[in-house]
Design a binder for this molecule. Structure first.
Ligand code: PLP
Length: 400
């Protein structure tokens, strides 16, 4: 028998496992790079950028520019000084603080709902509602262009799920009629103002269907909040259907110039169930007091912003009339300019940026194939002069 040196064996094993590890890593990284290269070739590659040197930001969702408002900043500071820089724990342990209760009460009063809870973001609020509430004998009917945070939650959701054509109330009614006897509960899920299209459903027609075919209406008011309704309560307030919406979801991150979200309901069991079941709520450090303090001040301000809401709508109309794309039907601050080709969309975005105007370039898969677009979101601090300038730039691009 030959003798062997333990050190050699260990060294050999080390080298061997190192080799396997390296080739595994290489294979894995190659797979990622292959995917990324395809995206690059198709002009669909996403990268984080610091945009400097622009004068006008027409891509943020801060429709009243409240993130710079002294009262909102003071609200954040005061809450931070009073309750600390973080909430310190998840809400069921000790993270739910008096500032969270105060904010929740203000939102419930504003949106005229009886029960609610806060979440760390609109994304996780949508995940929680749609993953946990529909059961295996249920059906979810969702608008085809529903936000990713909802669409993604419906994959692990045990309920069956079908999409109806965007804003198509006739198709929705046909689906309700066909399916109303086949499921325990039907959920209908829609955004109020659609984030990439700026249009919105006829909520009056939608709630009228509940009388014929009872269903649970889930409304994501991410982009309607602040912008619509006499008190800025959202599209449901504007269309006078607040009571008929069974579950309202909204973010604190857009017009409210903060971060976090809320889920509101008419029935306490919905909130109690999520509090007991939604890991998104139970197992995450709760939103920090500064964000809560900022959102609270934003709501107080927004409730009084009737004139600014009117201004936003008239700016939206003015811009759309100037674009001459189609008759103005929706007066939301989100205005898409569909280009189609992703590379051209990026080029036009860069061209506008070179004139100091930052707009969004949105490409698939965020929007359907061949519908890459500029996403322009107006805010109440701009005026017609900027819109005229933007229209002129778009016009000269069209002519080239
Ligand atoms: C319709 C809609 N719902 C939910 C969200 C997510 O909200 P948050 O930014 O608070 O995560 C967004 C944000 O883009 C949205 O547009």
């Amino acid at each position: 028998m030959g003798s062997f040196d333990l050190k050699d064996v260990l060294y050999h094993n080390f080298n061997f496992s190192n080799h396997i590890q390296n080739s595994l890593t290489k294979k894995f990284i190659n797979r990622l790079n292959q995917d990324l290269n395809v995206r690059r070739e198709n002009h669909l590659y996403r990268e984080i950028k610091l945009y400097n040197g622009y004068q006008h930001n027409l891509v943020s969702n801060d429709y009243f520019q409240l993130r710079f408002h002294p009262k909102v900043i003071a609200g954040a500071k005061t809450a931070c000084e009073k309750y600390g820089s973080g909430s310190g724990a998840s809400p069921l342990l000790s993270g739910f603080l008096p500032c969270h209760q105060e904010l929740l009460d203000e939102i419930l009063n504003w949106k005229q709902k009886s029960f609610g809870m806060l979440f760390n973001s609109g994304f996780v609020a949508n995940q929680a509602v749609l993953k946990h509430l529909p059961g295996k004998n249920d059906l979810v009917l969702a608008d085809r262009l529903i936000h990713h945070s909802i669409a993604q939650a419906l994959l692990p959701c045990p309920a069956k799920f079908k999409r109806y054509s965007h804003l198509d109330m006739i198709e929705l009614e046909a689906l309700l009629q066909k399916n109303c006897k086949n499921y325990d509960t039907i959920f209908v899920v829609t955004e109020s103002v659609f984030s990439m299209d700026g249009d919105y459903p006829d909520l009056k027609a939608l709630v009228a269907m509940k009388k014929k075919y009872p269903f649970i209406l889930v409304l994501d008011e991410a982009h309607g909040t602040g912008v619509f309704g006499e008190n800025g309560g959202g599209l449901a307030e504007e269309m006078n259907v607040l009571d008929e919406v069974d579950i309202t979801i909204g973010t604190l991150g857009k017009a409210l110039a903060s971060m976090g979200a809320y889920v509101l309901a008419n029935n306490p069991s919905i909130i109690n169930y999520l509090t007991n079941q939604a890991g998104e709520y139970i197992y995450s450090t709760f939103l920090p007091p500064s964000q809560v303090g900022a959102a609270l001040e934003s709501i107080k301000l927004i409730r009084t912003f009737g004139e600014r809401r009117k201004k936003l709508r008239s700016l939206s109309k003015y811009f759309q009339e100037g674009l001459k794309q189609k008759p103005v039907e929706f007066e939301s601050p989100i205005i898409p300019i569909v280009i189609g080709d992703p590379q051209e969309t990026l080029e036009l975005r860069n061209q506008l940026l070179s004139h100091g105007i930052l707009v969004g370039a949105v490409r698939p898969p965020t929007v359907p194939a061949d519908s890459s677009r500029l996403r322009i979101s107006l805010h109440s601090k701009i005026d017609e002069t900027l819109i005229d300038e933007l229209l002129k730039l778009l016009d000269s691009w069209k002519k080239n």
